[in-house]
Structure formats: C-alpha cells, structure tokens
Design a binder for this molecule. Sequence first.
Ligand SMILES: [Zn+2]
Length: 108
Amino acid sequence: MMQSRYDIRRNDQVKVIAGRDKGKEGRVLRVFPGKGRVLVEHVAMVKKNVRPNPQKNIKGGIAEQESKIHVSNVMLVCPSCGPVRIGHERKGDHKYRVCKRCGTPLDK
Ligand SMILES: [Zn+2]
C-alpha cells in the first residue's frame, strides 16, 4: 500500500486552512497521492461548461464541480478538537492515525 506523505484519505473530514475556501469543511472525495492533491466536497468549486447530451439526459449549460487543492491546505478534523495534526500509533501490525491533541484514533 502506498503511504501518503500527507496522510489524508478518501472520506476524511477536513478543514481548509488556506486559499480561497479557507475555513470550509468537507469530506475528501478523491486523493491524488502522486500530485499531493485532493478533491474536497463543495470546496474550490469551479464552473464548467457542459454540452447537452440528450442520450444521457444531460441538459447542458454551466455546472459546478470541485477542483483539486493541495493537501497541505487542509487539516484532518478530529470529532472533539476540530482541525488537528495527525499522529500515528501502532498496535501490533496495525498502524493507525490519531489526533495529536487528544489521542483519539481517527481511523475506523
Ligand atoms: Zn482530538
């Protein structure tokens, strides 16, 4: 398994700490480990022209979609502390992420 240097994973709840959407929170939709970028739900929305395609029942017009942001611009959200730095702990062979502040495991 490839270990991401940043340790943000799909479905993580993250907070944006820099950039245009600073302060927003959302779920990670996709991670691009090689590029160090992530797609976060409702963050960095961009408008995109969509061509009508009647076969797929697509009307066409302008749609909004998420664009990639750099993973260093987000922080993982701990359910009790908010945005935190990630620590690591090991239980036998199992390595998991913990909140650096309160120690709560952040992996299900
Ligand atoms: Zn915590």
